[in-house]
Write a protein that binds this ligand. Structure first.
Ligand code: HEC
Ligand code: HEC
Ligand code: HEC
Ligand code: HEC
Ligand code: HEC
Length: 190
């Protein structure tokens, strides 16, 4: 009960802070945010890169197996290819989108990608434990390699976390192994 009270207090805090901070999208209230798809500054396509060109997710999201955040690649990663590839896909015409990329790189200016998936601050999530346990990115993010512009495919609510944790533990216990996915409040709220 103590934890619930603390959480509710922090929720009220978040709700109040929300009036000033929500417009910057830095604060996320609990709830199903599936479908969220903010406009991005450059028309980068996961379908072209991770789909058609079969690039590995972790070629760009290098931190996913190491820590809490998967991370967004720096422009230097993009320029490994886009020093040379400057055309629109399937055409000889130069791509204005790649031109924006090259200009930002030349100016030493990071691209302001808009964050899509974000849990409320009172919930704790770490990528590395999931990725190293073999949970596919698509389980939580949907078929990213088919998306031109990324949107949030899953609700990512507490129910979704707990459903997979319970299913995971059931399968582990049935095969004689100890449960590994926590269901106690303090694992995700601390
Ligand atoms: C060539 C680099 C590259 C590859 C390969 C790549 N991504 Fe990304 N990813 C990006 C960039 C840049 C962004 C930020 C722009 C955007 O949202 O599209 C991003 C954004 C995302 C986001 C949204 C992040 C947020 O703000 O919530 C997810 C989820 C994601 N990628 C998952 C994947 C998965 C899964 C794969 C493999 C199927 C993958 N990515 C492959 C570069 C890459
Ligand atoms: C491993 C090589 C590689 C890397 C790394 C790479 N790209 Fe690409 N990119 C490609 C290829 C291949 C195409 C498709 C070109 C074609 O079909 O002619 C492409 C196409 C594009 C286009 C399409 C342009 C248009 O007009 O539709 C954009 C924009 C783009 N990439 C942005 C990025 C960004 C941003 C990054 C870094 C996050 C990145 N690329 C990293 C290989 C790469
Ligand atoms: C078990 C569910 C789950 C899996 C598996 C998962 N993610 Fe995530 N991802 C999330 C959640 C939840 C968030 C929001 C995290 C937050 O707000 O702290 C997120 C956020 C992100 C973000 C944006 C913020 C950040 O952490 O950098 C990117 C990029 C991303 N994921 C990419 C990936 C990639 C690539 C993979 C596979 C290598 C992957 N994710 C696997 C649940 C997952
Ligand atoms: C598709 C399945 C799946 C989903 C969805 C999922 N998890 Fe997990 N989670 C796992 C597995 C498997 C483990 C055990 C990893 C291991 O063996 O170390 C785990 C472990 C954890 C742990 C303990 C390890 C650590 O990082 O401290 C936390 C905390 C956690 N998950 C939080 C979350 C949260 C929060 C969400 C929802 C946003 C979520 N998980 C969604 C499968 C899932
Ligand atoms: C596996 C991770 C996980 C566990 C275990 C967990 N929660 Fe959560 N909880 C979350 C996430 C993630 C959210 C935010 C979901 C969202 O954005 O809607 C959340 C949201 C909440 C909220 C805000 C309102 C709501 O329902 O969305 C409360 C209150 C809460 N949790 C209480 C608890 C209590 C009490 C327990 C223990 C009985 C618990 N949680 C166990 C991940 C977890």
């Amino acid at each position: 009960m103590q934890l619930r009270t603390t959480l509710l207090a922090s929720l009220v805090g978040v709700a109040l802070a929300g009036f000033v901070a929500l417009s910057t999208a830095e604060v996320r209230l609990p709830g199903d945010h599936s479908g969220y798809q903010p406009a991005q500054p450059i028309a980068y396509s996961h379908r072209v890169h991770a789909g058609e060109n079969r690039m590995d997710c972790q070629f760009c999201h290098t931190a996913a197996e190491k820590g809490r955040h998967a991370g967004i690649p720096p422009l230097s990663t993009c320029m490994k290819c886009h020093e040379k590839i400057v055309n629109k896909p399937g055409s000889k015409e130069p791509s204005p989108e790649i031109a924006k990329l090259a200009q930002a790189f030349k100016d030493g200016r990071p691209v302001e990608w808009q964050r899509i998936h974000r849990l409320p601050a009172f919930a704790y999530f770490d990528h590395s434990r999931h990725v190293n346990a073999g949970v596919a990115c698509q389980k939580c993010h949907g078929e990213i390699q088919t998306m031109d512009a990324v949107f949030q495919a899953n609700p990512l609510t507490m129910g979704e976390c707990l459903t997979c944790h319970r299913d995971t533990n059931l399968k582990l216990v049935q095969s004689g192994k100890p449960a590994a996915a926590p269901t106690d409040c303090s694992a995700c709220h601390h």
